[in-house]
Design a protein around this ligand. Structure first.
Ligand code: NAX
Length: 325
């Protein structure tokens, strides 16, 4: 058996974590031969509820779980952490403006970025799920002065998986037949699900569907899928979000064998997106590292969508600029 690794999950008493913790514990994320120490973080008011989740983890008798820690202190929960899944965030309350929401979360993620910088493994891989995910990742990264910015990522994988599922349904194929899907930009309604390079089997997706379907149906459906789930379920996506988080970390840690996936990562100028935001890009992963897929042609339609979602991220950044220092 391998040496156990430490996996921190924040928002551990919440609904995404209620699915995520059990997937991680069963080996879906890091493989069936990788023991884990679970480090669960939530706020003091949620610790009693979290105790119930920990009791259930115990009751599963997972062979891979060697220890479970529950805490309300980020310095304790991130001690030696190898993988940090930052799920907990402040939801929008009644009368809260967008700027208030950004600021409330900026405070949470600056504290957590500092704690990761001090306490986590020097190789920690961080995934931010809590919304606004891209900007929260930017804040955590900016506050983690002792870590490489590339260790901080945001989740656009749920959007990626939603896009695969929509295109598979439209073309009568399986999601596993589809390759080279891309989510550019923000995990928000401005994201750009791009099928201009996508293949369904050997065929170009753009030759199987018409542009009107792409613009009027596919893109808005993927962009608005979260809202549709809230309407149907009365609660926001949880199991699918947890599943996407597992996919994101699994692929980053264990590699994609050349397959493209979408990750929110610090922009480096690729595709004209200047540094300073965390932006969804197509990447491949190998040896615990991700690389942006380079050299893709960008048509006029894609350019305008990519610029619009970048613009929104720059505006989010402007709202919390002072917390980036
Ligand atoms: P819940 O409200 O069920 O759970 C959130 C948990 O976070 C609560 O237990 C709360 O006490 C905890 N929390 C709040 N502040 C914290 C802090 N400072 N430290 C540690 N824990 C803290 O929300 P849930 O449905 O689990 O969603 C969590 C987050 O994921 C939300 O921000 C949500 O918007 C976001 N999502 C992101 C998605 C993505 O694709 N990036 C998709 C799903 C989801 O909407």
């Amino acid at each position: 058996m391998k040496k156990p690794v430490k996996v921190a999950i924040t928002g551990a008493a919440g609904q995404i974590a209620y699915s995520l913790i059990f997937r991680v514990a069963s080996g879906s994320m890091l493989g069936p031969d990788q023991p884990v120490i679970l480090q669960l973080l939530d706020i003091p008011d949620a610790l009693e509820k979290l105790k119930g989740t920990v009791m259930e983890v115990d009751d599963c008798a997972f062979p891979l779980v060697t220890e479970t820690i529950a805490s309300a202190d980020p310095m304790e929960a991130f001690d030696g952490t190898d993988y940090a899944l930052l799920v907990g965030a402040r939801p929008r309350g009644p009368g809260m403006e967008r700027k208030d929401l950004l600021e409330a979360n900026a405070k949470i993620f600056s504290v957590q970025g500092k704690a990761l910088s001090e306490k986590a493994s020097r190789d920690v891989k961080v995934l931010v799920v809590g919304n606004p995910a891209n900007t929260n990742a930017l804040i955590a990264q900016s506050n983690a002065k002792k870590l490489d910015p590339r260790q901080f990522t945001a989740m656009v994988r749920l959007d990626h998986n939603r896009a695969l599922s929509q295109l598979a349904a439209k073309t009568g194929s399986k999601t596993t037949d589809i390759s080279k899907m891309i989510i550019w930009g923000n995990h928000s309604a401005t994201q750009y699900p791009d099928i201009t390079h996508t293949l369904v089997g050997e065929k170009a997706a753009v030759n199987l569907v018409d542009q009107e379907w792409v613009e009027k149906d596919f893109i808005p459906t993927v962009q608005q899928r979260g809202a549709a789930i809230i309407k149907a379920r009365g609660l926001s996506s949880a199991a699918s979000a947890a599943s996407a988080a597992v996919d994101h970390m699994h692929d980053w840690a264990l590699g994609t064998n050349g397959k493209w996936v979408s990750m929110g990562i610090p922009s480096d100028g690729s595709y004209g997106i200047k540094p300073g935001v965390v932006y969804g890009y197509p990447v491949t992963c190998a040896n615990g590292k991700y690389e942006i897929v380079q050299g893709l042609s960008i048509n006029e339609f894609s350019r305008s969508r990519m610029d619009a979602t970048e613009q929104e991220l720059r505006e989010e950044r402007a709202a919390i600029e002072e917390l980036l220092k």
